[in-house]
Unconditional design. Structure first.
Length: 255
């Protein structure tokens, strides 16, 4: 059956090498998924232990705008503010969004980076190896959070890039990172640009993706295709919950 459908555990799962790929041609809701030692385990409830909740609970959805690193758009300007209210970086909204968000992540040693409601345009990689991302988290204990579907990340690229990369190393895994409460839109409706993938977890342990929607705007064409929704590579005890993946290639469609 084509169109929208909901599964209690997983939309579509394909195993590629030591990685796990979540993708669907239709629409699926992922209520709970975890990987342990690169083996897929499908759950209807969250596993006990292992994952460390961030200081500010994911369940409340009411994250204070004070005391955390904050990114927001005001008119034609995008700002990144430290947890003490100092300007980290600023730029032209819609042009410099990737750079300013990356500056906020780079300036945060640990804790929450809050993307306030608004539409952010992600262009170009901020990291080129081992996997390119519009924005990259390369340290532990970072919690990148939006304000639900009101925080939209539009990934605009035709290259092999992800909107968000959590970028560990083979012998130095990244731990306890959260990406939550936001919407990722890959490509453009005119199919000129696709956006390759949503989120890539590369050598990560005890990380979580929660309440994230990843949607292909470009649709399915040979010239403009969004291949991957969420890709987990070589890690364990990573948790994916309450996520929607829609219109993404790289997997077989459900009948």
């Amino acid at each position: 059956m084509k169109g929208a459908w909901v599964l209690t555990a997983i939309a579509m799962l394909a195993t590629i090498g030591t990685g796990l790929l979540l993708a669907t041609n239709g629409m699926g809701m992922l209520s709970a998924f975890t990987n342990h030692d690169q083996d897929a385990v499908l759950l209807t409830k969250e596993p006990a232990g292992n994952y460390q909740e961030p200081t500010q609970s994911l369940s409340s959805r009411e994250i204070s705008r004070s005391g955390v690193t904050t990114v927001y758009i005001d008119g034609t300007t995008i700002y990144a503010l430290s947890n003490t209210g100092q300007i980290i970086d600023e730029g032209i909204a819609g042009t410099d969004d990737s750079r300013v968000i990356q500056a906020a992540l780079d300036a945060t040693t640990s804790g929450v980076v809050l993307l306030q409601d608004g539409t952010y345009t992600l262009t170009g990689p901020t990291v080129s190896h081992p996997k390119r991302g519009n924005i990259c988290i390369d340290k532990p204990n970072i919690h990148l959070m939006g304000e639900g579907d009101a925080t939209v990340l539009q990934s605009r690229t035709t290259d092999d890039e992800y909107a968000i990369v959590v970028n560990g190393q083979e012998f130095d895994h990244i731990e306890n990172v959260t990406v939550s409460d936001l919407r990722i839109e890959l490509g453009t409706p005119d199919q000129v640009q696709a956006g390759y993938g949503g989120i890539w977890l590369w050598y990560t342990d005890h990380c979580r993706i929660d309440n994230v929607s990843i949607v292909s705007q470009a649709g399915w064409t040979d010239e403009a295709i969004s291949w991957e929704g969420i890709y987990l590579f070589s890690g364990e005890y990573n948790l994916v919950t309450n996520c929607i993946i829609e219109g993404i290639g790289g997997g077989d469609s459900m009948p």
